[in-house]
Ligand binder design. Structure first.
Ligand SMILES: [Zn+2]
Length: 439
């Protein structure tokens, strides 16, 4: 069934349609902050209207709405599949772009604009497979849900966290496909197409450090200068040598890389530690990482500041006990004058790798690209998948693009773009996946 439905589709024509849609969608201003994702929800709504598909909008305020549309299945294969995509994008620095960041330019085989990779491109390929089901009246044995959601880039409190609080019934499903695992055309220096299926992610643990001291004239140094206290705490943190922690998912990732001949040695702790030395991303996957992100103190050159503060973006390896980390942090700072405030934190269990959907994604990717590798991956960043995972629902990061040199690292970067070829590949792999799990 899935094969005949796939071959009846004119993929070239659809690629053209998807390219035009993405180009247009990139021009919808959903920069977060402030978000204004209702613009995107309405943009999708207009398309669904034309196709005769009903939808609902949900959100805590008028400007932060998300869209949910559902095609009913007969339920014979169980609960639904959610195709999840966030509609907001991060800001950009126009002066560092050679293209108009919100222009949606299509040139040299690429579609350019903020959000092309993160994640409006994926939103469009999810939309296309959703529309194909309606247009061709493809049989569904479970519900297929399209969810275009606000506020992923700023903590999701207006998006999926709002759904979790106010409309938890909307999150009930068997599986979720989301961002958080994207393919690349090469892997660790080998020209080998590699798809990633995100199964787990590090947990954010964001804190503010604050110190208070006696302010005064710069000509008379005080003994409790707030800035000095802060600097001393930051120095201890930057000298803190945290151990390597290898979670099962990370070890599995490297084991498979070894099985495919990409890594010479099997993933012994010593070997992985060695790999991490020259590679910040591989290191982050194996440690509780800490980035000092902001420092604030002082108002004038000759005034001793009354207070000082800094923010730390800590990311804990999946499953690490947050209370334990907090205690460790307090012990390292070892100064009761440094106030530590927990601003944002989250941790979730991984999604299982032994599910039917996982197997189907692997098969669909391998079938589409001969000689490709499909790996379970752990993301250093976090996504909306965390909310589903903490509810016990398997959520996978599966963006079936194979990003090349031109595209890698452009999400959140300058001159973000995605190739038209990737849009075509992504549509085909995702559609195949959806047919095989829903059909
Ligand atoms: Zn994203």
């Amino acid at each position: 069934m899935s094969d005949s439905s796939n071959s009846a589709i004119n993929w070239d024509k659809l690629t053209e349609e998807a390219t035009n849609l993405l180009s247009d969608y990139l021009r919808v201003d959903t920069i977060n902050p402030p978000g204004n994702e209702t613009r995107a929800a309405k943009w999708f709504g207009k398309i669904l209207d034309t196709e005769g598909i009903e939808y609902e909008m949900y959100g805590p305020t008028e400007s932060r709405q998300s869209l949910v549309a559902k095609l009913d299945g007969d339920g014979s294969r169980g609960d639904g599949l959610i195709l999840l995509n966030h509609t907001d994008v991060v800001p950009f620095e126009r002066e560092h772009w050679t293209k108009e960041p919100m222009g949606g330019e299509v040139s040299n085989g690429f579609i350019w604009g903020r959000g092309a990779i993160d994640m409006k491109g994926m939103g469009i390929i999810e939309l296309i497979t959703f529309l194909l089901h309606k247009r061709h009246n493809l049989p569904l044995k479970r519900d297929l849900i399209f969810m275009a959601i606000a506020d992923e880039e700023a903590g999701s409190s207006f998006g999926v966290e709002y759904f979790d609080r106010e409309h938890p019934e909307l999150l009930e499903c068997a599986y979720v496909i989301n961002e958080g695992g994207c393919g690349t055309s090469e892997i660790l220096g080998h020209d080998r197409p590699t798809f990633n299926i995100g199964v787990s992610e590090k947990g954010p643990f964001w804190v503010t450090l604050k110190t208070i001291g006696t302010p005064g004239h710069g000509s008379v140094p005080t003994t409790d200068n707030a800035a000095v206290k802060l600097v001393s705490a930051l120095e201890k943190i930057s000298n803190w040598n945290r151990p390597i922690i290898q979670t099962p998912e990370v070890v599995e990732y490297f084991q498979q890389l070894h099985d495919h001949g990409i890594l010479e040695e099997p993933p012994s702790p010593e070997y992985l530690e060695k790999l991490a030395e020259g590679n910040p991303r591989l290191k982050s996957l194996q440690t509780n990482s800490i980035s000092l992100t902001t420092v604030n103190a002082g108002v004038k050159m000759n005034v001793i500041p009354a207070s000082a503060s800094a923010t730390l973006d800590c990311r804990l390896v999946p499953g690490y006990d947050r209370e334990k980390f907090m205690t460790e942090l307090e012990e390292i700072i070892n100064d009761p004058d440094v106030e530590i405030t927990r601003e944002f934190e989250s941790s979730t269990p991984p999604s299982r790798m032994d599910t039917e959907l996982y197997e189907i994604m692997v098969a669909a990717a391998k079938e589409a690209v001969e000689d490709s590798i499909v790996l379970p991956s752990v993301s250093t960043g976090f996504t909306d998948s965390r909310v589903f995972r903490r509810r016990g629902t398997p959520a996978y990061g599966f963006v079936p693009f194979l990003l090349g040199d031109q595209e890698v690292g452009r999400g959140h970067g300058n001159d973000e773009c995605v190739s038209i070829e990737n849009i075509k590949l992504g549509m085909q792999v995702l559609h195949k996946t959806v047919r095989n799990i829903c059909g």
